[in-house]
Design a protein around this ligand. Structure first.
Ligand SMILES: Nc1nc2c(ncn2[C@@H]2O[C@H](COP(=O)(O)OP(=O)(O)OP(=O)(O)O)[C@@H](O)[C@H]2O)c(=O)[nH]1
Length: 558
């Protein structure tokens, strides 16, 4: 939205044409205020003495924890009429900003801005400080004194009202999208944490939210809209959010990369250092050690940028699948963060893209991590499903175990009781299994159990519940089956096992089974039904084995 104006001035001045100028940093000269504080007259004298220096960059940078700096810019209006412009100092986190417009050596107007002063005068969030200047015909001079203890840069340009509005609109869309996306992502992770109780989601939500707070502070959105009078909060909020962002990021990385499984001491170190950094920052803020807070915040950021990528590499080297998702995501955000840091240190020229690199990196990271979290969730779901399945299954026969039987039977039980439907239970026990085991060995015993299980599975109808009750005992719950039908079914099984030569291959007597059958009666529990069948199984054993009780002929009396 910004076009370069006509430049026919000398290396320090700028000839205005009425259109927007590009960044004017290379046209201005600068003086860093060391020791004594200068007022306008002092700055003018320093200029005359030749103490102002060119930086030769489109945007001047003074690094972190820098003292206040002065800028002087000559603007020549060659037309016969005043030119109205918006002077844009594109740095929303300046603590103090004094702008003086001098014409023919006379002060025409001055403005005061900066977020160390209550009220958000002249601040346009994300865009910077905007002053309405009228540049009279002839030679105008701008003197700007700026101070930002965190990181000082001075992106200066003159915009027409239309170009400024277009730029503002662009920023509004950009931050609307950024905050909307990140907040939705944070809420999504908080909900996942609530449902799954997995702390990686909580830490990620905190990490994203602290970035949003950090961005609200440094773009001035928070100061403009929510806390225009709280200058202390504006300054300390930045330091606190920087530290919290890094610590939440490390906590998330430790958890997400499951460091506790293969690098528990590294995890403890990260936790300990994070705590130390947070406590130190709290002390610096309370004691108003601003320089110490600045160094700690930026130092932590640098360690964070390196640390996140190193953790990703470490996890990949340990063959952790999550590392392969994490590393590219961390690379995106850390690249953005590093560009932002270099920009703050004055090592990279500040512009819309270098200052916004952190946000772009953060968006990319969130997108990549949402894929990673999704895949991790899928993996965990599969593992949980496997574990749940294994917990229900008898390892030898592959049938349901006793616990799973009781759970599954409960559902059928209540339906049968509610609707007065018949239901029966068969308890089956292999005869003389001990002898068989003793004679042919435990291994052969196992094979027999597997074969009996297979035969029972093939004999069952859909809807029956078959389970290994324990040892060489099996149970069958038969819905929609009365006692007569159950005993017929049980008898068929008994005969099949007897004739099927289950124990073929072993030179021994044919394998037989005994069964007890019982039918659901009103007012009894599943336990009662099992007990009744067990009693009959005992009777079957007592009466010589290889039979079902009640026998098929007695169905009517049961
Ligand atoms: N191979 C094998 N044997 C098992 C398993 N579970 C239990 N057993 C054996 O099954 C045998 C059951 O013996 P008992 O309870 O005396 O019953 P039985 O020999 O079948 O005699 P009756 O039931 O009275 O006909 C024991 O020797 C157990 O060690 C298993 O998973 N594999």
């Amino acid at each position: 939205a910004v076009s370069a104006g006509t430049d026919a001035g000398d290396s320090r001045g700028f000839l205005l044409s009425g259109t927007s100028t590009g960044p004017l940093g290379a046209r201005a000269s600068y003086l860093v205020e060391r020791g004594t504080t200068l007022d306008l007259a002092g700055a003018q004298r320093a200029l005359q003495r030749g103490n102002f220096r060119l930086q030769g960059r489109t945007t001047a940078g003074f690094g972190i924890a820098a003292p206040p700096a002065w800028m002087h810019l000559e603007l020549t209006n060659p037309s016969g009429n005043p030119l109205a412009y918006r002077l844009l100092i594109g740095m929303p986190w300046l603590d103090s900003l004094d702008v003086y417009l001098v014409h023919d050596g006379r002060l025409l107007q001055s403005w005061r801005g900066g977020d160390a002063r209550p009220g958000a005068g002249y601040l346009v969030p994300a865009v910077g400080y905007v002053f309405p200047v009228r540049l009279a015909p002839g030679r105008n001079e701008l003197y700007v004194r700026a101070y930002a203890p965190e990181a000082l840069m001075l992106p200066v340009s003159l915009l027409t009202t239309g170009d400024l509005e277009a730029a503002e609109l662009g920023y509004r869309y950009r931050y609307g999208a950024l905050y909307g996306f990140l907040l939705a992502f944070a809420i999504y992770n908080l909900m996942l944490f609530r449902g799954l109780r997995e702390r990686a989601h909580l830490y990620y939500a905190l990490y994203v939210l602290s970035f949003v707070v950090l961005s609200l502070v440094y773009t001035g959105h928070g100061f403009m809209w929510w806390w225009p009078q709280q200058t202390g909060f504006q300054r300390n909020g930045l330091f606190a959010a920087m530290i919290f962002y890094a610590c939440a990021g490390f906590a998330f990385a430790s958890r997400f990369l499951q460091l506790q499984d293969y690098a528990p001491s590294l995890r403890r170190w990260i936790g300990g250092l994070s705590l130390l950094v947070m406590v130190s920052m709290a002390v610096f803020i309370a004691a108003e050690f601003v320089r110490a807070a600045v160094y700690l915040a930026f130092g932590t950021f640098a360690v964070f940028a390196l640390g996140m990528v190193s953790l990703g590499v470490f996890a990949c080297r340990r063959d952790r699948t999550v590392g392969h998702f994490f590393l590219p995501a961390a690379l995106c955000s850390m690249l953005g963060l590093s560009i932002g840091l270099l920009c703050a240190l004055g090592l990279v020229t500040a512009n819309e893209w270098t200052i916004g690199a952190v946000e772009i990196g953060m968006m990319l990271e969130a997108i990549l991590l949402s894929l990673a979290l999704g895949s991790r969730m899928r993996q965990q779901k599969r593992a949980r499903f496997r574990a749940e399945r294994l917990a229900r299954i008898d390892g030898l026969t592959g049938l349901l175990n006793r616990r799973a039987f009781i759970t599954d039977a409960a559902a059928l039980w209540s339906t049968a009781v509610r609707h007065g439907r018949p239901m029966s239970l068969l308890l089956l026990d292999i005869d003389f299994f001990k002898q068989f085991n003793d004679r042919f060995g435990h291994e052969c015993g196992d094979r027999i159990l597997e074969r009996v299980a297979k035969l029972l599975t093939q004999s069952c109808r859909e809807g029956d519940i078959l389970s290994r009750w324990g040892g060489e005992e099996f149970v069958l719950l038969l819905p929609e089956t009365d006692l007569a039908q159950a005993t017929v079914f049980g008898e068929r099984i008994r005969r099949e096992i007897e004739c099927n030569r289950i124990a073929a291959g072993f030179q021994g007597p044919p394998l037989t089974v005994s069964l007890g059958a019982a039918q659901l009666q009103s007012e009894i529990t599943l336990n009662d039904l099992v007990d009744a069948a067990d009693q009959r199984l005992y009777d079957a054993k007592r009466c010589g084995r290889n039979r079902i009780v009640p026998p098929v002929a007695e169905q009517v009396v049961a």
